[in-house]
Design a protein around this ligand. Structure first.
Ligand SMILES: Nc1nc2c(ncn2[C@@H]2O[C@H](COP(=O)(O)OP(=O)(O)OP(=O)(O)O)[C@@H](O)[C@H]2O)c(=O)[nH]1
Ligand SMILES: [Mg+2]
Length: 382
């Protein structure tokens, strides 16, 4: 009897649970977003593991979310940026400036002190010969001056450093078009130095200064490079010309310039690869990109991007690039992360071309036209 009661009770529980499950409205699992094939990849059909085409059911009653409208940003102009970003420089170069000023303010400036001054300049990557010259010049002037108030010492040091950086270099970017042709800027350098970021930031500076811009993704080594550039371009309303991964970089560059001419923009900026798919040397390819672009428009600037944190390695790269393409300006990136600002002096001496822009962070507006005085002021502090 008891046995029967237990069975009856269990059956009742099973019935109730079953009923609840059946009555509960079915929850649909959230669907992963459906990826739309882009024009470039040409609508490849999705297949399941067995190779059969996957038929996408239409989602029940969900109204597709409206596509987010991309708000075009209006970036700030380029002028005076270095002054705005001086805190970044001051932070990274702090010890350099402080040490030098401290040494120069010592009660007695003996040979050891002068040697320390020279060493400090060398550790900032200024190059041994320049460090020696700055030290010798300073020594002579300090002796002639006699007194050494902190203001005098600072003024002397500033003058010497600005002199070495070369206040007379023409650091302007040639972004003026030629009649109905846009100005063309090529951005070159080894991988990871900050080329794509620089193209994006520079595009912003130029838009901020009232230009129209086409960005050409001639780094076809990986699709992500073009995506990266596209993101930058979209934000400021610059057109981006890109092709599939592995496409011929020279033909992408050619198309970018063509598009620039057709759309009547002011400036075309071409991002290039720091590495390659094929066996042709990177340098051969760069030369080809430039020659192909020149079939349509003059290349106004070839900007070599150097990572300031790489020191002598960067100098070595600079020499190799300079042999292949006629570099017209240097972009020194990551100056926010190193105390080796002296590399500015070294690279200009080596290449005979000016540093035109400096990168001072990963933010979109962390690229500034290079100004020697503001640079030295930031290093030495007020
Ligand atoms: N702190 C700092 N980081 C920077 C600066 N410029 C670029 N970067 C960072 O450096 C990294 C590499 O930048 P990319 O622009 O992708 O370098 P790339 O030369 O295009 O690299 P490849 O395409 O691989 O050849 C990124 O994480 C950037 O955010 C800068 O001025 N300061
Ligand atoms: Mg890149």
């Amino acid at each position: 009897m008891e046995y029967l009661i237990v069975i009856a009770a269990l059956a009742a529980v099973a019935l109730i649970v079953g009923g609840i499950t059946l009555l509960r409205p079915r929850r649909t699992r959230p669907r992963p977003p459906v990826e739309r094939p882009t024009e470039r990849t040409g609508g490849a059909t999705a297949v399941d593991e067995a190779g059969a085409p996957v038929v996408e059911e239409a989602p029940p009653t969900e109204v597709p979310a409206p596509r987010p409208t991309i708000e075009i940003e209006k970036p700030p102009p380029g002028a005076g940026r270095l002054v705005r970003l001086r805190a970044r420089l001051a932070r990274s170069q702090n010890t350099f400036g402080k040490t030098l000023l401290g040494l120069l303010s010592r009660d007695t400036l003996d040979d050891d002190a002068w040697e320390e001054i020279e060493d400090t300049l060398i550790t900032a990557d200024m190059g041994a010969a320049v460090a020696r010259q700055v030290t010798d010049d300073l020594r002579t002037r300090v002796q002639v001056l006699g007194t050494r108030s902190p203001e005098e010492v600072r003024a002397l040091l500033k003058e010497e450093l600005v002199k070495q950086i070369g206040p007379d270099f023409d650091r302007s970017l040639r972004t003026e078009g030629h009649g109905d042709r846009p100005a063309v800027l090529m951005v070159v350098g080894v991988n990871g130095t900050g080329k794509t970021t620089t193209c994006g930031k520079l595009g912003r500076v130029l838009v901020g200064d009232g230009n129209t811009v086409v960005l050409g993704a001639a780094d076809t080594f990986r699709a992500a490079a073009a995506d990266q550039l596209e993101t930058w371009g979209t934000r400021v309303g610059a057109q981006v010309v890109r092709r599939d991964e592995g496409a011929d970089p020279a033909s992408v560059a050619f198309d970018a310039v063509k598009q620039g001419i057709e759309s009547k923009v002011n400036v075309v900026i071409i991002d290039t690869a720091g590495r390659l798919h094929t066996k042709t040397g990177l340098m051969d390819e760069l030369g080809k990109v430039k020659r192909v672009v020149e079939k349509q428009a003059a290349v106004d600037e070839v900007l070599l991007v150097l990572d300031a944190t790489t020191g002598q390695n960067g100098m070595q790269q600079a020499r190799v690039f300079a042999e292949v393409v006629n570099i017209t300006g240097v972009v020194l990136t990551k100056l926010d992360g190193t105390a080796k600002g002296g590399i500015v002096v070294q690279v200009q001496r080596e290449l005979g071309v000016p540093v035109k822009l400096v990168g001072l962070g990963e933010g979109p507006d962390d690229l500034a036209p290079f100004e020697p005085e503001a640079f030295v002021d930031a290093i030495l502090g007020d």
